[in-house]
Design a protein around this ligand. Structure first.
Ligand SMILES: N[C@@H](CCC(=O)N[C@@H](CS)C(=O)NCC(=O)O)C(=O)O
Length: 207
């Protein structure tokens, strides 16, 4: 199989999703790391090399560059067990992936980013943090409801929707300050993913 290049931000859950799936699939790739607010990222912006101006971007051997973490997950999953062939299962999977981007990420990842990045310290107002905390617990409860009766988020088996949601949920407690003790079914699901052969953590950045 020909080699891929991934442009990714080491600290970002969106980039981590793709690094994780590549590792679970055992696909070799070249990693180009560009951290938030670094000259490397500024250069990429200035040169216009990132379609849609965000990371991650997957570059195919023919030079094609694919943006958007969840679109990249779907591309990589094609023809594997991570992508259901049944149209209804596939729609359920995509439903959770759209939800991840339009609901979950904007609250769970945003609270973690405000608390983690020094340049966002000015956003750490008690009102903003309390609002994100309450909304985040509501979103995590929606995942908890599904996972109380199902091992996987979208279908009977793992799909890329699980990888997509794992990206920021796995660190929702440690980085975002969410009370994960309220969500035992989510914690069991996190453990199931962490136990998969090929699993790597957020900080396992390829050389
Ligand atoms: N919807 C996009 C979001 C990507 C995104 O927001 N990437 C951030 C890091 S999490 C980024 O590239 N930030 C750098 C910048 O805006 O300069 C995806 O899922 O890939």
């Amino acid at each position: 199989m020909t080699k891929l290049t991934l442009y990714s931000m080491p600290s970002s859950g969106n980039s981590y999703k793709v690094r994780l799936l590549l590792s679970l699939l055992g696909r070799p790739y070249t990693h180009v790391g560009m951290e938030y607010e670094t000259p490397a990222l500024a250069k990429a912006h200035a040169e216009g090399t990132l379609p849609l101006s965000k990371l991650p971007v997957l570059e195919l051997p023919d030079g094609t560059r694919l943006p958007e973490s969840n679109a990249i997950l779907c591309y990589l999953a094609e023809g594997t067990d991570w992508m259901p062939s049944d149209p209804i299962d596939r729609a359920r999977m995509l439903g959770w992936m759209f939800w991840e981007q339009n609901q979950h990420e904007g609250v769970i990842a945003v609270r973690a980013a405000i608390l983690s990045y020094a340049s966002r310290a000015h956003l750490r107002t008690p009102e903003r943090l309390a609002d994100l905390l309450e909304r985040g617990h509501g979103l995590l409860q929606q995942m908890e409801n599904r996972l109380e009766t199902n091992d996987w988020i979208a279908t009977d088996g793992p799909t890329v929707a699980d990888i997509s949601l794992y990206g920021y949920t796995h660190s929702a407690g440690t980085k975002g300050g969410f009370d994960m003790g309220r969500f035992p079914a989510i914690n069991r699901w996190l453990d199931r993913i962490a136990a998969m052969p090929g699993h790597v953590g957020l900080n396992a950045i390829p050389a």
